[in-house]
Design a protein. Structure first.
Length: 249
């Protein structure tokens, strides 16, 4: 039985390993939530794409307690962890790469915003356009997508400098004392008997990731443009860690 206390401890450990790859992760969270708040609605409907265990969704509700946040992911273990930790959040199991995923959201009005952090790069460029097109169908005109992720420039020199800036910040923050990495966190989860059923479910859910598919900012901009988004630009950036914003036409 996974208790709320245990789930919160595992999510805190998740956050620390994520910060090993993103030392300014909290600054990106803050910029993203600032943008949602700047829409001017105290009760926005927000869809969290590839929510993992709900780290961003929980922060959104802390800032905007009247918001409706729908957290979407395909990984049953991360969803189970989030549901145990945050019983007030609504988690939805759906694969963003599969057509019709928005039907599971149960929206009673168009969403004001969709948000994502460190998730959409797993989707191939071809599937990404379909994901964004389906998302456009449930966002209101003027609604926004906010995607915080590692996104490289296609320019070799810019990409090299972006990586250098990111690496120097990582070295400044952690030096040789890096947090545990992604693989170590998952190995620890696999060894915990409390996750036996969820690990078994995960092994057959097709939720694992294999490489970074859409790692160029231009891939996202192109897919968003074809999906019907108008204004597209970077709201916040440090190295290749950026917050991309797209406005639904």
């Amino acid at each position: 039985m996974l208790t709320q206390e245990a789930a919160l401890a595992w999510i805190e450990r998740w956050d620390r390993q994520q910060e090993g790859y993103l030392p300014d992760r909290e600054a990106r969270f803050t910029a993203l939530i600032d943008a949602v708040e700047a829409l001017g609605r105290p009760d926005p409907v927000v869809i969290d794409l590839g929510c993992g265990p709900g780290s961003l969704s929980a922060r959104l509700l802390e800032r905007l307690p009247a918001a409706t946040v729908i957290a979407v992911d395909a990984d049953p273990l991360l969803l189970g962890l989030g549901r145990a930790a945050y019983p007030g959040l609504r988690f939805v199991s759906a694969d963003l790469r599969t057509g019709g995923w928005t039907e599971a959201l149960g929206l009673d009005r168009p969403a004001d915003a969709a948000v994502s952090t460190t998730a959409l790069h797993w989707i191939s460029p071809e599937e990404l356009q379909e994901t964004y097109a389906e998302l456009a169908g449930v966002l209101r005109p003027g609604g926004i997508l906010l995607n915080g992720d590692h996104m490289d420039s296609s320019s070799p020199t810019l990409a090299r400098l972006e990586h250098a800036v990111h690496q120097r910040e990582t070295d400044r923050v952690f030096g040789d004392r890096r947090p545990e990495d992604w693989r170590a966190w998952w190995d620890a989860i696999a060894a915990d008997p409390a996750f036996a059923d969820l690990n078994q479910e995960r092994s057959t859910a097709g939720a694992s990731h294999h490489g970074s598919e859409s790692h160029l900012v231009e891939q996202h901009v192109g897919a968003l443009t074809k999906a019907g988004f108008g204004e597209i630009g970077t709201l916040w950036q440090r190295g290749n860690n950026r917050l991309l914003c797209a406005v639904r036409s």
